[in-house]
Design a protein around this ligand. Structure first.
Ligand SMILES: Cc1cc2nc3c(=O)[nH]c(=O)nc-3n(C[C@H](O)[C@H](O)[C@H](O)COP(=O)(O)OP(=O)(O)OC[C@H]3O[C@@H](n4cnc5c(N)ncnc54)[C@H](O)[C@@H]3O)c2cc1C
Length: 303
């Protein structure tokens, strides 16, 4: 890719622009070759100027959340990874209403709303994503989903305008939203919660965390559930029933603790994970007749 560093630092302060950044440090899988550039933007106007420049110059870009649902190629990413810092990390709570910047982590957000004794986001405690990534994915767990609490989402649209999309128009579905179809950036999420008892909210959050730690390889590098839940089945059980618990390609393994997770034992490559996923899909299909579909998102070039 041609060198755009000098152009980038005219738009973004130089300390927020880096070249050739290995994605191992920015993904929960701890996998991924170098992104040509990584840029951290502090507000909507920086973001909008940056995207305008990148589109005009036909430079690929991607918004990076907390990197907890992506598998980045060993060859890295030919383009600019954009992180949302500064203003995008703010949370404002007014009564039952919460306005969360897209760069806020769900861990930080759930703790802030707990301090305000607001209930409704307990399900999200323990999901290691950002608000932006959680809106994009309509993240959910333990019977709750982002769509249950979101009233509207502020986005930067394809034309570079800041617009508000009402929740009903977000096309939220199982691990999907309108963001998957449209080239929009989530800037902030407006949510409505309900007043609750601090102790009860905290107890529920702790119960969810305990369940995660008991049942999932929570502290091993992974991207969470590798596959979506097929209608009428559980991906983990299909994988278990196909005899694939512990199945390994290189250092990538079907977690023995939860067969729905692929873990990086130590130094796994993206190719190891991609091959393992391909094998699991083929074997589950031939033995159970169900074609699994990835929840994890591939970034960069894969064969
Ligand atoms: C141990 C573990 C447990 C997990 N448990 C759960 C769970 O219980 N439930 C669940 O749903 N998921 C779970 N996940 C998966 C993951 O945490 C969620 O999908 C999360 O919402 C991803 O958010 P992120 O910020 O990490 O997004 P990333 O992985 O960084 O990005 C995912 C996608 O969102 C896009 N994106 C990110 N931010 C924005 C933005 N501001 N605007 C537009 N697009 C954006 C990215 O471009 C990318 O396409 C788990 C993952 C791990 C590692």
């Amino acid at each position: 890719m041609f060198d755009i560093y000098d152009d980038l630092i005219k738009i973004i302060p130089a300390e927020n622009v880096a070249k050739d950044v290995y994605m191992t440090g920015f993904t929960s899988f701890k996998i991924g070759g170098p992104a040509d550039y990584m840029v951290s933007v502090s507000n909507s106007s920086e973001l909008s100027s940056l995207i305008k420049y990148l589109k005009e110059n036909k430079v690929a870009f991607m918004i990076l959340g907390n990197g907890s649902n992506i598998l980045v190629s060993d060859k890295g990413y030919r383009g600019v990874m954009i992180r949302l810092g500064g203003d995008f990390r703010s949370v404002v709570i007014e009564g039952n209403k919460v306005i969360a910047g897209a760069g806020v982590t769900l861990m930080a957000l759930t703790k802030e709303v707990l301090n305000a004794s607001l209930s409704g986001l307990e399900f999200a405690y323990g999901i290691p994503g950002s608000v932006g990534g959680a809106v994009y994915m309509n993240a959910g767990a333990y019977g709750g989903e982002m769509k249950d609490v979101i009233t509207s989402v502020e986005v930067l649209d394809e034309e570079g305008n800041v617009v508000t999309i009402e929740a009903k128009d977000m096309d939220f579905g199982y691990r999907t939203s309108i963001c998957k179809r449209r080239d929009i950036v989530v800037l902030k999420a407006n949510m409505e919660l309900v007043p609750g008892s601090h102790d009860e909210i905290e107890a529920k959050m702790e119960e969810h965390m305990k369940a995660r730690k008991d049942k999932q390889p929570y502290n091993m590098p992974s991207a969470g559930s590798t596959f979506k839940r097929p209608e009428g089945y559980f991906a983990g059980k299909l994988i278990t029933d196909s005899g694939l618990s512990g199945y390994q390609v290189g250092q990538a393994q079907v977690s023995v603790k939860h067969n729905g997770f692929v873990v990086n034992l130590s130094g796994a490559t993206a190719s190891d994970v991609a091959k393992l996923i391909k094998d699991v899909k083929e074997k589950v299909y031939s033995s159970q007749g169900v074609m699994l579909e990835e929840e994890v998102i591939y970034v960069g070039e894969f064969e």
